[in-house]
Design a protein around this ligand. Structure first.
Ligand code: NAP
Length: 290
């Protein structure tokens, strides 16, 4: 029994993780825990041996079946689920009851500084339940440029944020997923460790905009706005309130914090340097130039 249940499998990290895991483990060992199996099968059509199980954080009736025959769990907090007591506590209790005991949780860099963010509470739940764990704490995803920030880039050729000159550490999701696959595969070696996965560059949005403009044909601007103005713009664009608040916290608070730490964990795990921003923008040029 060496099966790994992968939550958030159809998302940004999960999709890449399944790809990297398929190179390290027998593809039959990965079980994608998903809400819609047919949609997931279409997404993972390349991975014919991948197994699927119905799993929904909001439906505890799916937990026992999803954990049946599982040795390790990759746990990801979907951005739309913030209530830890309501959704994560019952799942982590079930993990314990099912004697799974090996959990790799995708947390976030700096989690130790804030007791209010869900990831902090989830880490504590895992520790309090005496599960063996690896906490992966990545920095700011480069892919925010090609997901949440993309509509403003494509439609208005701008990035609008309340970030001032704050510097973010930029990391490629592919690097996070590759490191995660290794940590899952060699869990016993890394158990009960905290692993920060970062890129090598701490850069402001102004600097990142310059990098983008050195590569794309249609330049973009960085528009720094007040948190209030940001809230109004995003509300007018129809974003849900909860999502605007999360974006505000993620992009405004770093103005008052120290620059992020740069970690060597990715290099130690893979022997390679993490992706740099220029390489990422060149890779995603078509999307960013539309
Ligand atoms: N953005 C950043 O810079 C950053 C930095 C550090 C850490 N993080 C953390 O990274 C995580 C997000 O990772 P991501 O970008 O890979 O997420 P994502 O692309 O938004 O994917 C979310 C996944 O969760 C699944 N999901 C949603 N609701 C579910 C439910 N009720 N039950 C079961 N599955 C459900 C989705 O499945 P469906 O296909 O069914 O919707 C999808 O597979 C968050 O915890 C975030 O805080 C983000």
């Amino acid at each position: 029994m060496s099966k790994i249940l992968i939550t958030g499998a159809t998302g940004n990290i999960g999709f890449e993780l399944i790809g990297f895991l398929s190179k390290l483990e027998s593809p039959k060992n990965s079980v994608a825990g998903v809400r819609d199996i047919d949609r997931a099968k279409a997404k993972f059509h390349k991975y014919s041996d991948l197994e699927y199980t119905h799993f929904d954080f909001t439906n505890p009736e799916t937990f026992d079946n999803a954990l049946n025959g599982i040795e390790k769990v990759f746990l990801l907090r979907p951005p739309n689920i913030a209530n830890v007591d309501k959704y994560f506590k019952p799942f982590i209790t079930k993990i314990k009851e099912n004697k799974v005991n090996k959990i790799v949780f995708l947390s976030v860099q700096g989690v130790e500084k804030s007791k209010v963010i869900p990831h902090h509470k989830i880490e504590q739940l895992i520790i309090n339940n005496k599960l063996d764990y690896v906490f992966i704490r990545p920095s700011y995803f480069m892919q925010n440029l090609t997901t949440t920030l993309l509509p403003d880039i494509q439609n208005n050729r701008e990035i609008i944020l309340p970030s001032g000159n704050a510097k973010f550490n930029w990391v490629d999701i592919k690097n996070i997923a590759e490191a995660t696959a290794i940590l899952l595969n060699q869990f016993d070696h890394y158990k009960n460790q905290i692993v920060e996965i970062t890129g090598l560059e701490n850069k402001s949005f102004e600097s990142v905009t310059s990098i983008i403009n050195s590569i794309v044909t249609h330049p973009i601007k960085y528009r720094n706005v007040s948190p209030f103005h940001f809230y109004r713009i995003k509300k007018q664009q129809g974003l849900p309130r909860g999502m605007i608040i999360v974006m505000l916290l993620l992009h405004y608070l770093p103005r008052f914090q120290k620059e992020p730490k740069i970690s060597s964990s990715y290099k130690k795990l893979t022997g390679k340097n993490p992706t740099d921003l220029k390489t990422f923008v060149e890779r995603e040029k078509v999307l960013l130039d539309k």
